[in-house]
Design a protein around this ligand. Structure first.
Ligand SMILES: Cc1cc2nc3c(=O)[nH]c(=O)nc-3n(C[C@H](O)[C@H](O)[C@H](O)COP(=O)(O)OP(=O)(O)OC[C@H]3O[C@@H](n4cnc5c(N)ncnc54)[C@H](O)[C@@H]3O)c2cc1C
Length: 420
């Protein structure tokens, strides 16, 4: 096995978190290598952005590219109750008159590639088709990675800082056994794309819709995409959606389950009349977890590699971009100070987790059957702005915690997950 030590930072995984941290560190003149195991851009789920991503895009130099793209603009999110009643849309500009209140719905294969192209322009060396098998440690200090190409040739690569941005693969989290699943969010999801689904008009055309099914046992997302496509997915508890619906021989008919759930969601059925399903139902499950550490000596976790909450508020991409940005700042500072200790590289952890916890509380509210935003806001209309701020992702720029005491009267919040 060959050994190289030419890099300041190795970033493992070329999703939004990885390309963000790589771009910003390389932009400061450091040698950054990004390894992505896939040779070509792939279909990925996670297609709806929230407005607060604007600020990371600005630093990355991505705003012009997104404005010039064909991605639909998203002004709002709208919720449908189990009875089919629509909330008024939560327009992000209601609390934010700035252009950052408008964001995008993205086709991930194209979006992830745009971020990688941008990283390359900023000096990141990108190698596709290279999967990292393991992170190398000397004691508790990360020193490099074992990379493997498509011909199974292995190579040890060394760098001062190793960033894990492998998404739900969570390479270091698994290697060091850091991850805990959210016990009350054991979910599954079934999804596909449709062509020619009905859309609302004007600024509502690009809205994300979140639609509960009749008994609130599951909910659908509807996300308008380019090429007249709409992403449609259903989320429910793992037991409800998959485990309890296995055939006698243990197999699952996911198309049948998807159709059964759709039959319990009249407003979405109406929108899909005459539309064409573009590919077989895809499945993912057990996606909510968090690591107990965000960094160690010479290593950092970003994006889903640190944790993933739940798809309901489309916070995944924002948290991937934001953690990538925050990690880049502590890495740049680490090179300035020549200090790559856990306390330096993990110094963004407490602030990042505080923002994540705000989303987490709202996720638990959503899954509390007795809770509804309509009821909460009719009792506490003064909190409409706070809700919109969280849905916009403004959890780092504003203090949004003032809404939680009132909300806690209607739904139990989970204890916060500590960060070691
Ligand atoms: C059902 C569902 C719906 C969702 N909907 C939304 C949504 O609407 N909006 C939203 O914002 N988020 C959504 N998300 C979440 C979102 O998809 C993720 O949070 C986001 O993709 C995280 O970005 P990332 O860069 O951390 O990881 P990823 O995007 O997963 O990128 C990780 C990259 O690492 C590469 N990789 C993995 N292992 C290795 C290895 N060993 N070596 C080299 N490369 C490797 C992978 O190929 C991949 O390219 C959803 C998630 C789920 C489960």
């Amino acid at each position: 096995m060959n050994t190289h030590h030419n890099y300041d930072t190795i970033v493992i995984g070329g999703g939004p978190a990885g390309s963000t941290v790589a771009t910003l560190v390389a932009d400061q003149g450091h040698r950054v290598l990004l390894l992505e195991r896939e040779t070509e851009p792939q279909f990925k789920i996670g297609e709806s952005l929230i407005p607060a991503t604007y600020w990371t895009f600005k630093r990355l130099g991505m705003l012009e590219k997104l404005r010039a793209s064909h991605f639909p603009q998203k002004y709002s999110v709208q919720f449908y109750s189990g009875t089919g009643k629509a909330s008024t849309p939560f327009y992000f500009f209601q609390t934010n008159p700035h252009e950052s209140a408008v964001t995008w719905q993205v086709l991930r294969s194209e979006f992830d590639q745009m971020l990688l192209d941008n990283a390359k322009e900023k000096g990141v060396e990108i190698r596709r088709g290279i999967g990292v098998r393991e992170v190398l440690f000397e004691g508790d200090t990360a020193t490099g990675v074992v990379a493997q190409d498509k011909d199974s040739t292995r190579e040890a690569l060394h760098a001062t800082v190793i960033v894990d941005s492998t998404g739900q693969r969570s390479l270091i989290g698994r290697q060091l056994n850091l991850n805990t699943t959210e016990p009350n969010l054991k979910m599954a999801s079934l999804f596909t794309h449709y062509e020619a689904a009905h859309r609302d008009e004007g600024i509502d055309e690009g809205a994300t819709l979140i639609l509960h099914t009749e008994e609130k046992d599951s909910w659908f997302w509807s996300i308008p995409l380019p090429y007249n496509r709409t992403s449609i997915g259903v989320v429910g508890e793992l037991d409800y959606l998959l485990q309890n619906r296995r055939n006698a021989d243990g197999t699952l008919n996911t198309q049948k389950i998807f159709t059964e759930e759709l039959a319990k969601c009249t407003p979405l059925q109406q929108r899909l009349e005459g539309a064409t399903q573009l590919f077989p139902i895809q499945t993912t499950k057990d996606f909510s977890y968090r690591a107990s550490r965000i960094a160690g000596n010479n290593w950092v976790l970003v994006g889903d590699a640190f944790g993933f909450l739940d798809p309901v508020y489309s916070t995944g991409l924002f948290l991937a971009l934001k953690s990538g940005e925050m990690a880049a700042d502590v890495i740049i500072e680490a090179f300035d100070k020549n200090d790559f200790s856990e306390s330096q590289l993990g110094s963004f952890g407490a602030e990042f987790v505080k923002g994540m916890e705000a989303f987490r509380k709202l996720v638990y509210a959503f899954y509390t059957k007795e809770f509804s935003f309509a009821r909460f806001l009719s009792e506490y209309p003064e909190h409409q702005g706070g809700i919109i701020d969280i849905l916009s992702g403004d959890v780092f720029r504003k203090d949004v915690t003032h809404i939680f005491p009132a909300m806690a009267e209607m739904c139990p919040f989970p204890p916060e997950i500590p960060l070691n």
